[in-house]
Ligand binder design. Sequence first.
Ligand SMILES: *Cc1c(COP(=O)(O)O)cnc(C)c1O
Length: 394
Amino acid sequence: MRIYEPDDQGYWGEYGGRFVPETLIAPLDELTEAYFTYRTDASFQSEYIALLHDFAGRPTPLYFAERLTKKLNGAKIYLKREDINHTGAHKINNCIGQVLLARRMGKRRIIAETGAGQHGVATAAVCARAGIQCVIYMGSEDMRRQELNVRRMQLLGAEVLEVNSGSQTLKDAINEALRDWVTNVADTYYLLGSALGPHPYPLMVRDFQSIIGREVRSQILEKEGRSPDLLIACVGGGSNSIGLFYEFLGDPKVRMIGVEAGGIGNASGQHAARFSFDHSIGVLQGTKSYLLQDLHGQISTTHSISAGLDYASVGPEHAFLHDRGRVEYTSATDDETLDAFRFLSATEGIIPALESAHAIAHLIKIAGKMPKDSIIICNLSGRGDKDVDRVTNE
Ligand SMILES: *Cc1c(COP(=O)(O)O)cnc(C)c1O
């Protein structure tokens, strides 16, 4: 599996690295050193696993979707139930790991960015139980769209700071969080929410999320006695997908598909599908990867029905896996996603997050074309309570 480790500078092939102001190099070095110490530290790892168990509710079930399998009339379908996690999505796996690390490093204040609010809520919850100060940056547009999550974060004791610059969404919130970190770096830990950003974040977030695939491997062995044929997950920054895929990367018989936000069309500004339409490479927020940008290198506006997939870049490990052909990437449109959201709710009694409904949309396209003795595992990254208003008002 070592080919899937980044090099010492945090590069997978030409992707990744560290594109940050000079003042962040020393703190990133400190973070890297701490992370590599605790990555193999038995007491750190056992505390992490114990919290996943008792606070997040892991292991999450691998659920056989019997009615969905019958209706799609092809492969046998299992859903990995990350939606059952405390606070409603896979995000908490990463937050638990990073808050433990921040404490080991002696940091007294945690900052984070959030788009839809899922990462903010998970961060606020884990900080509350650790008794550590928590500040969340959120775009004013996102605060308006996700008001319930703002109130949840506040109840959990976090201070939510409104970001009015730019498009007033996730990208702008990350900029503000980075600015805060540069200013307060001595006592502050920056808790990044996806497999993005400067080294070591993409590696560290992937490691903390790879519990998903490790559980899946033993669960599918127990249920079916073999590895799956296909894994499907949605790809925003790329953390739930790499968390599922990583365990199986070295197993060439397991096919993997990442599903991006196809939005309302393939013109610039109508989607957030970094791999599907244009193919351009550039730097955004500390890392080099596939990027939606115009001819002058300006970051394109993006669109998705789901805030969690609405980002102009994608984690560098995905860029590498894309170029090697190890993982295939495709997209689902807003309309296909809405249909999938309703279909899964009515068929299985599970309301998925709109992000996860992108993966379900692709599952619906592909399952019927596969033989009945094949096995698909689809990651249900989060629950859809936050999206009910949006979907029923469409
Ligand atoms: C944040 C989020 C995503 C997208 O982020 P990744 O890092 O790509 O996983 C997907 N699903 C849900 C439910 C989310 O909250």
